[in-house]
Design a protein around this ligand. Sequence first.
Ligand SMILES: [Ca+2]
Ligand SMILES: [Ca+2]
Length: 313
Amino acid sequence: MTSITQQRGVAIITALLIVTIATTISITISTRLQLDVQRTSNLIAQDQAYLYLLAAEEWSQRILRQDKKDSRTDDLSEPWAFQVPPLPVDGGSIQGTLTDLHSCININTLVRNGAFNETTKKRLSQLFRIQGLKNDPTQAIKDWIDADLDTSNPDGAEDGYYLNLEVPYRTANTPLYSISELRLIKGFEDNKAFQLVAPYLCAFTTDGSDTAINVNTASSEVLQSLSNDMTKDLVTKIIERRDDKPFTDIKDFTGFSKLGTIIKDIANLSVNSNYFLLRTQARIGPANKVMYSVIFRDSSGKTEVRSRTLRTL
Ligand SMILES: [Ca+2]
Ligand SMILES: [Ca+2]
């Protein structure tokens, strides 16, 4: 009897063992399957979000092309400048914002054929002064961009300066790709200085031509940088006037409130724009993608994407 009971006991334990192993195997398989399904659906959502971003890019170019047909000038009351709320799409939402890259000072225009572009130099120096920077970093920015390794006197900086830092690095000696690169340049080690001026600057490369400042879209600070004699009151007047009736050409602008006598250098000023920055964001299921595109629109209204970057600019 004892032997039969013992045998039953062994049989029950063996059966339990087999059930446990079978259960473990099936749980492992189902967990892997679930992970695979999740991974695949994440990838599909990422791809879908990217395609929505490309569609938004095309849509924005259409708006810009239409704008060229509708108007000769560009100002902030036009459809391309509207802030639209997120648009619901299948599985999520999408949002796009176009900004005029002629409303800021393109830092890369500081250097022309290896030398200072005096117009941009004056405007940048004025902007830095208005924004309360203690030292004028224009010479250091020029050295960072120009191809040579000759340090500008007295405030420039080339490899000799940067290689002696605690974490050494070399000068780029090429135009900035992103405004955040400024943080590497002498004078901007302090984040505060960068935060004070970054909203009024942009960094992109053009096909060789200088980027003009569009007086119909430029911010108060950029307008004030156009002359040492430009007062805040005058800037307010300019903005009130262009909100009421955008400037039709530069003569219209300089004729307003005797601006012609205040702004001595009217080079690189315009009332229309060629370069725009598009920021698009798509949220599809678990995917949340952000893309920045620089869109160029030529004088005939044709558009093309000059650069495209995901997540950060
Ligand atoms: Ca327009
Ligand atoms: Ca250099």
